[in-house]
Design a protein around this ligand. Structure first.
Ligand SMILES: Nc1ncnc2c1ncn2[C@@H]1O[C@H](COP(=O)(O)OP(=O)(O)OP(=O)(O)O)[C@@H](O)[C@H]1O
Length: 259
């Protein structure tokens, strides 16, 4: 079940360095939220805080709340491994396990999480996930070939299949198309469109057209100045951000005047 996410007063640190300050936003369930802004304003840092990947960096921490389904993910009794299971992530560069088969790549998260699984159940997860990632038809006859035998765009769809195989509630995507050609990018964008009926999706992108094409809501992050933390300047429906934003700096950024 897709869930909405309520972020309040979130500060994100690397040691003493405050990288992102005072973010509050609601990310709607079953919709796509795009995060845009100039380099270094903290988009990826914020994204990683949404599934507690940020804290794997020594000294990294957050203050504030991220509530999913009534539960603050940063409460002391919440297991970060469980959070990462329910909030999946897809990275900039496709990162399938290169020597592992396509079949085993899809199951990698399930194998980590669970007990032994009957072959029939594994087969059905693999088929369902690859269908969900729009990759099944292309690979169904070569499931035992290595993940590295696929094209870059196929590898990224394989990573999406791996992420959805554990049935997360939320899917985070950090510039998922930046290493892909336009045709593969278009396939991933179509896939994002299909996936949003089941998942809450948050995507970081440098590509304004992509944000406009795929998302319902957009958050614009910016730095108040050199050495200052990144902040969420404006969060609004994507159509408004790209036609009539509230803030002059959003307008300046989307019209290419900086960043
Ligand atoms: N592992 C780290 N340790 C210390 N500081 C970091 C680390 N990762 C990022 N930062 C700093 O945090 C700030 C935000 O970086 P982040 O990568 O989140 O920005 P971004 O908006 O995603 O940038 P880009 O668009 O270039 O990917 C930057 O000042 C960056 O130097």
């Amino acid at each position: 079940m897709a869930k909405s996410i309520d972020v309040s007063d979130l500060d994100i640190y690397y040691g003493d360095f405050l990288a992102v300050e005072g973010v509050s936003m609601t990310i709607r369930a079953r919709s796509v939220t795009a995060l845009i802004g100039p380099s270094g304003c903290g988009k990826s840092t914020f994204l990683r805080s949404l599934n507690r990947m940020h804290e794997v960096i020594p000294g990294a921490r957050v203050d504030g709340k991220i509530v999913i389904d009534g539960q603050n993910m940063y409460d002391a009794d919440v297991d970060p491994v469980q959070v990462r299971r329910s909030v999946g992530m897809v990275f900039q560069r496709p990162n399938p396990f290169p020597t592992m088969s396509i079949y085993e790549n899809v199951l990698a998260g399930n194998r980590l999480n669970s007990k032994r699984m009957p072959k029939s159940e594994a087969d059905s997860i693999v088929e369902k996930s690859l269908k969900g990632a729009n990759l099944w038809e292309e690979v169904k006859n070569r499931l035992n070939k290595p993940g590295s035998s696929l094209s870059g765009g196929q590898q990224q769809r394989l990573c999406i299949a791996r992420a959805i195989a554990v049935e997360p509630q939320v899917l985070l995507m950090d510039e998922p198309c930046s290493a892909l050609d336009p045709i593969s990018t278009s396939a991933i964008e179509d896939l994002i469109h299909d996936l949003k009926s089941d998942y809450t999706i948050v995507i970081v992108t440098h590509n304004m057209q992509q944000a406009a094409r795929v998302s319902e809501d957009t958050g614009f992050f910016n730095l108040a100045g050199a050495g200052k933390p990144g902040r969420l300047v404006e969060m609004n429906p994507t159509s408004k951000i790209f036609s009539n934003p509230d803030e002059p700096s959003t307008e300046a950024y989307i019209s290419g005047r900086f960043g």
